[in-house]
Design a protein around this ligand. Structure first.
Ligand code: GDP
Ligand code: MN
Length: 397
């Protein structure tokens, strides 16, 4: 699950990380009020209006604009809210902006120039450890830095048993070229950022830019946060931050049904009980000349209701030319599942693509009989190969 910038920043703040303060606005009028309030609170004349969508690269797409007065903040918010923001990270048609963050201008002039750094925390699965990735050349061109001057991007792996040790945070500050008060600030920033990452069961915290202000404060100006869905059950307060407007409608529906669903680009929809069997089934589809349209694990209880829900989700995908249902009946009895398929077929009504059902395990033969005698456009199979051949046949016709 992804968070908006304003949510990620609040989360960081709750761990003591300094952030670019801001107020959320849903309209031009609210943006004017927010800008006035910021002026009072932080005594800063200017402010930035930032589109809140689940995509990076907003600055380059025209979704981050500097305002010199509350009135101008209102004007800019009026332009940004309602626009389809196009960035390298959005779909080609862009993403609709529904709200903006009006934030204090932190690039104020002073004794020394403000400086933008890049800092992120992620899990390095290959190393089995979390890693801090950072660069002194942060800001909107970080992709270019990574491609052209990779030696300017540093990594610091964190031992999962020892945790982030103080010398490691100091090393980050040192490699970023800091000294004096800014060095100390950065050490604290890194430690608190890492604590926020661990504490929220995140898979990513990306702060770009992390800014050294002209008066030597280190603050998070942006926050891109991804949380581990499997950890959300112990963070009701984070789950509550979910913005379904930003998520794929089919994914949202699948989650409501408690189905484990991932959409893919192929033409054969599949419905399976168990993740391992789902992987094997996707291989089977490839072998028979098709491409899986999704990964869908209906879980241990493949009852009629779940079969029906899963069928509806699969049918939302216009690329689907056939559906393969592959259920292994261990504790689940195959005849019950078969009846579930037949019932689902009747409730949904018109299913415009052929459905192949392979049921194996307890009462598989009775199940095949139920399918074959249902009179519906459903093909039963018992063996894996049989199912593969049917998929191939259906795709050819
Ligand atoms: P992103 O483009 O989606 O990553 O959005 P960011 O939140 O990183 O903002 C993009 C850029 O806007 C930053 O890299 C900064 O250069 C600039 N920016 C952000 N906040 C301020 C600010 O307070 N003042 C000024 N002058 N520029 C800012
Ligand atoms: Mn950014």
């Amino acid at each position: 699950m992804n968070l908006h910038e304003y949510q990620g920043k609040e989360l960081l703040k709750s761990y003591g990380v300094k952030i670019q303060e801001g107020i959320l606005a849903h309209s031009a009028e609210e943006a004017v009020e927010a800008a006035k309030k910021l002026k009072e609170l932080y005594n800063s004349g200017w402010c930035v209006v930032k589109a809140q969508v689940h995509a990076g690269g907003r600055g380059k797409g025209g979704g981050v604009k500097l305002a010199k007065s509350p009135e101008q903040a209102g004007e800019l918010a009026g332009q940004i809210i309602g626009m389809m923001l196009i960035t390298p990270q959005t779909p080609p048609e862009g993403k609709l902006v529904r709200k903006v963050l009006v934030a204090q201008d932190v690039f104020y002039p002073g004794a020394s120039e403000p400086k933008e750094f890049y800092i992120s925390v992620l899990t390095d699965r290959g190393r089995g450890a979390n890693v801090i990735i950072y660069s002194p050349d942060g800001g909107m061109d970080i992709e270019k830095v990574a491609a052209e001057t990779p030696e300017r991007v540093f990594t610091e792996h964190v031992d999962p048993l020892l945790g982030l040790r103080p010398f490691q945070a100091a090393k980050v500050a040192f490699n970023l070229g800091l000294s004096g008060p800014a060095f100390k600030e950065m050490v604290a920033f890194v430690q608190k950022l890492y604590a926020a990452f661990l504490g929220s069961d995140a898979t990513m915290f990306e702060i770009n830019p992390c800014l050294k202000t002209s008066d030597d404060l280190i603050i998070a100006v942006d926050a891109k946060v991804a949380l581990d869905d499997n950890g959300l059950f112990r963070h009701a307060e984070l789950e509550a931050l979910r913005d379904t407007d930003e998520e794929d409608a089919t994914d949202v529906e699948a989650r409501e049904y408690d189905l484990n669903y991932v959409k893919l680009d192929g033409n054969v929809g599949c419905m399976v009980n168990g993740a391992g069997l789902a992987m094997a089934t996707m291989d089977l589809i490839q072998l028979s000349g098709g491409e899986p349209a999704n990964f869908l694990d209906v879980g241990g209880t493949a009852d009629a209701q779940r079969v029906e829900n899963a069928m509806r989700i699969i049918l939302k995908d216009p690329n689907v030319k056939a559906i393969l249902i592959n259920i292994f009946g261990g504790i689940v009895r195959c005849d019950r599942v078969a009846q579930g398929v037949v019932d689902a077929y009747k409730t949904i009504g018109n299913i415009p693509v052929p459905v192949i059902v392979r049921l194996q395990g307890t009462n598989a033969d009775i199940a095949k009989k139920i399918i074959d005698e249902s009179g519906l456009q459903v093909m039963g199979a018992v063996e894996f190969q049989e199912a593969a051949d049917l998929v191939a046949k259906v795709l050819k016709s």
